[in-house]
Every structure is written in C-alpha cells, then in structure tokens.
Design a protein around this ligand. Structure first.
Ligand code: PXP
Length: 246
C-alpha cells in the first residue's frame, strides 16, 4: 500500500439520489466500488440538514465497509451521540455554520477551544481517531493540538479555487502555507491529511508533501465518474498521487 492514503468521499452520490428521492444511485454501492478500485478509506458527511448522506446510509456503510470509515460531522451533541453509537474508525469535525469557520473555511478551533476539548475527549476515549478540518494557519494548528485531536485535515479549498481562477500567486501562497503547516503539525506529533476541491490538476503539488498521510477527495471523483466510471476515475487519482510521491 502507498504511504499516502486516498479517502473517497461519496456524499455526492447521495446528492444525486436525493435530487429525485428514492434509492438510486446508492452511495453504499459506490463505496464498495471505491474499495475495489483501491480507496484506502471512505468518507461520508452526515450534515445536520441531511442534504446528502442519511442516517440510514451511515448505518449501511458501517455494516458494509471493509476499509475504514471516516465520519464527517459538525461539533453538535446530536452528531456526537451518533458517532458514539457507530464507533467509526475516524471522526472528522467540520464547520457547518458561518460562525464556526475561519475566513478560509476551516473550523475555528482557536475560538472554540474549551468546548472542542470537551467534545473531542469522549470520541477519542471510544477509540476513534479524531481529526479537525482547519485552515493552514498556525493558530488553528496549535489549538487543534491543544484540544487533543490526533489528526488535522488541512483545507485545500482556497488553493484549488485560486488554481481554477488562474490566480497563481494566491495558489502558490496557499500551497506554501499548507506545506509549512504540514511540517509544523507533524513536528507536534499530529497526523496530517488534506482535502477539499482536489482534482487531477491540483493533487500532485499536495501529494508531494512528505508529512501528508491522507487525501480526502469527493466531488471531483464523483463528477469524473460520469465520464469514465468510478473505478477508472479513482485509478487515475491514485496513479497521480503515487507518481507525485515516487
Ligand atoms: N475533506 C473534508 C473535511 C470535507 O468536508 C470534504 C467535503 O467538503 C472533503 C474533504 C472533500 O471535498 P471535495 O468533495 O471537494 O473533494
């Protein structure tokens, strides 16, 4: 197995299903296909408004998966109870409301440190690896470390947006910040993941960071699967990641 893991986020299979109601396409079937295609983990975000993944999807994923489930959720009481019930391999805490996030879009851990420390503890105690989805900002990395997270996931959205907009100065600045914070977080003993907005065009410069252990990619892969099928879309992402890392 490569030292750089690929987590495939299947939320948007559920988005397509929910556009019509009903049961197709099935996110669990997509997750099993992703497993066969070499995904090292499956990520699913149970949002408070259930706009894509449902409670039943989470239950079915826990039952069906052989690779680890990374359960993404907001830091709410309700979600904590659901996580404690299912005991997923990993829990990634993400912001859902404006006031929970930094201007870059990551969780504002520094502003909510006390509450998050109490929120993280029971999840860790039950055995889940707790990750916080944050911007590449030293204040946030330090706060994530202090609240007891074992993992941080750096938000690559600003980097990917700048690339797509052709704003290469901003893109390179964002990339530098992620490189620097990957290395800093690693020095604190945190495991580093990266995710949001990654595509075939943007994955390699991030995949080369030696401290990064996992990339979580969803929207682009589900979109690309319309054109080449989910398995081949994942193979190609894996190939680019391995090529960057070699
Ligand atoms: N990582 C986290 C924490 C996320 O919330 C998401 C989904 O927004 C992703 C990764 C995947 O992002 P995308 O679907 O843009 O690839």
């Amino acid at each position: 197995m490569s030292s750089l893991r690929l987590g495939v986020n299947i939320d948007h299979v559920a988005t397509v299903r929910n556009a019509r109601g009903g049961v197709v396409p099935d996110p669990v079937r997509a997750a099993k296909l992703a497993e066969e295609a070499g995904a090292d983990g499956i990520t699913a975000h149970l949002r408070e408004d259930r706009r894509h993944i449902s409670d039943a999807d989470i239950e079915a994923l826990v039952e069906a998966l052989t690779v680890p489930l990374n359960f993404e959720m907001a830091a709410t009481e309700e979600m904590q109870q659901i996580a404690l019930r299912h005991k997923p391999h990993a829990v990634c805490i993400v912001p859902e409301k404006r006031e929970e996030r930094t201007t870059e879009g990551g969780l504002d851990v520094a502003r909510d440190e006390n509450r998050l420390a109490h929120f993280v503890a029971p999840l860790r105690d039950m055995g889940s690896r707790v990750s916080l989805f944050i911007a590449a900002d030293k204040r946030q990395v330090d706060a994530a470390h202090r609240v007891g997270a074992e993992v941080i996931e750096l938000h690559s959205g600003a980097y990917c947006d700048a690339h797509d907009e052709g704003d290469y100065d901003t893109r390179d600045r964002e990339l530098d910040a992620m490189r620097e914070m990957s290395s800093y977080a690693h020095s604190l003993g945190l495991e580093v993941h990266v995710g949001h907005g990654l595509t075939y065009d943007t994955v390699k410069p991030v995949a080369v960071f030696p401290e990064v252990m996992e990339l979580n990619i969803g929207h682009f892969l589900i979109g690309e699967s319309i054109f080449r099928g989910l398995g081949p879309a994942i193979f190609e992402m894996r190939r680019l990641m391995d090529e960057a890392r070699a």
